[in-house]
Design a protein around this ligand. Structure first.
Ligand code: NDP
Length: 403
């Protein structure tokens, strides 16, 4: 029995709230706040129709810290689940500290004026959270989140040490639009246009964005081009699996997506510095977001599957030499939409957010301070993935990846 406050009424927030309502024995009182209350109300209406559960809704600008503290003090939640944007991570952590409640998110802090995400800003809150006797759980989405837990599960049950790790994120869904992003366009485009970085030989190696491409045959999807890029779990995994010689992150993109993105970049539409337009300062990427389809609106038309997982090579736990394992989840866009009214990219993030919150409110995962999901016991989380819509499989491969 717990009270939860979710902040952010996008696709991810919608899935998390639907799944919390489906688990009302854990989340007995659900509150949803976001910048636009109408979006909270639409989610509450869908939850009511699908589950019969009432969700209380509020208008909140999370960047107004006193307003967030006042709302937290009014509701007295066990946990605040931040499913707004990475820009709001620190202000919501500030509000949690002031009000003395636990915190969870799915994406690490990113300053608005620099396309750079790093854990250092959030890790700097560790002592203050510890002294306040509260917990912040960072990165409880799919990647980061499930991919981090997959890695730690392999390290607990299959491999004594991990020598190489490849995280493969494939979205084989087709939404029928010429160009759209499956989660917040501004965050998505900042992520894919940033230089690629991977962990090798004890340091991060930087290469130009989208420069390294490999074709991979994804189960349930088929062959797709995937591109090496930087992703935030590489930073936390390099810290918590220090023996890794190499760790890389790959994401699939279709040729149409790359073509549109290249043109948008070439004409300056992905810039994040303000430009003067008719006497008003606008940020081109923010303007672009305003004209692109809302990710939440893509659910009804998206067909196909996502396939996200980790391939790890290392010394087997049973002493049988070097082994390679592939652990993954395959998720169907249409099934996600039928269950929650959202496509699989929102679903694969919102479900782990619900599960992470369930771990914290039930005190299955405990700690005072700021923790990455890799620091927690993977087993109870992995069990809930199987029970709540994200079943996973693990198989042994013949040898290490050849790319
Ligand atoms: P959306 O843009 O669809 O939703 C974000 C929501 O946050 C919107 O409802 C928005 O309000 C609200 N919001 C924005 N600013 C504020 C603010 N200052 N105060 C209150 N509410 C605010 O994004 P998604 O649902 O796709 O993504 C949500 C989060 O999940 C992001 O941080 C994203 O990076 C993360 N993510 C993580 C993944 C993972 O696997 N770990 C994968 C995908 C996403 P409004 O509608 O008014 O703009």
């Amino acid at each position: 029995m717990s009270t939860v406050l979710v902040i952010g009424a996008g696709g991810v927030g919608s899935v998390a709230v639907h799944k919390m309502a489906m688990n009302s024995q854990i989340f007995s009182s659900i509150h949803l706040a976001s910048r636009t209350q109408a979006k909270c109300d639409a989610i509450a209406e869908s939850v009511k129709q699908r589950t019969g559960v009432e969700v209380a809704t509020y208008a909140l600008d999370a960047e107004d810290v006193p307003a967030t503290i006042a709302l937290i003090e009014r509701i007295r939640p066990t946990i605040v689940v931040n499913l707004a944007l990475p820009y709001q991570d620190l202000v919501i952590m500030d509000a949690c500290l002031a009000a003395g409640v636990d915190y969870l998110d799915t994406a690490n802090y990113e300053p608005k004026d620099e396309a750079k995400f790093e854990y250092k800003w959030q890790w700097a809150y560790h002592d203050r959270f510890r002294e306040a006797g509260i917990m912040a759980l960072l990165g409880s989405g799919f990647d980061p989140g499930v991919t981090s837990v997959f890695t730690m599960w392999l390290k607990k049950h299959r491999l004594k040490t991990i020598r190489t790790l490849d995280i493969l994120d494939c979205n084989g869904g087709d939404h029928g639009q010429a160009f759209a992003t499956n989660f917040n366009p501004e965050i998505n485009i900042r992520e894919v246009t940033a230089p690629a970085r991977h962990w090798e030989g004890g340091r991060f190696v930087e290469t130009p964005a989208m420069a390294k491409k490999v074709e991979f045959d994804f189960e349930g999807v088929g062959p797709k081009n995937m591109y090496m890029m930087y992703h935030e779990e590489l930073e936390s995994l390099a810290k918590f699996v220090p023996e890794m010689e190499r760790a890389r992150f790959w994401m699939t993109f279709g040729d149409e997506y790359i073509k549109h993105l290249t043109v948008l970049q070439n004409v300056g539409m992905t810039r994040i510095d303000p430009v003067l337009y008719n006497g008003v300062e606008i940020v081109p990427l923010q303007f672009l977001k305003a004209v692109l389809p809302e990710p939440a609106s893509l659910g009804a038309t998206t067909r196909g599957k996502t396939n996200i997982g980790c391939i790890a090579t290392g010394e087997a736990l049973d002493g049988s030499g070097e082994k390679t394992f592939y652990i993954k989840n395959i998720c169907d866009h249409e099934a996600c939409y039928a269950e929650t009214g959202n496509q699989a990219v929102s679903y694969t993030t919102g479900v782990p957010a619900m599960i992470g919150a369930a771990m914290v409110v039930q005190r299955i995962w405990e700690g005072d301070g700021v923790f990455n999901i890799e620091q927690m016991d993977p087993d109870p989380f992995m069990e809930m993935l199987n029970q709540h819509g994200l079943p996973w499989t693990v198989e042994e491969l013949d040898g290490p990846v050849e790319f």
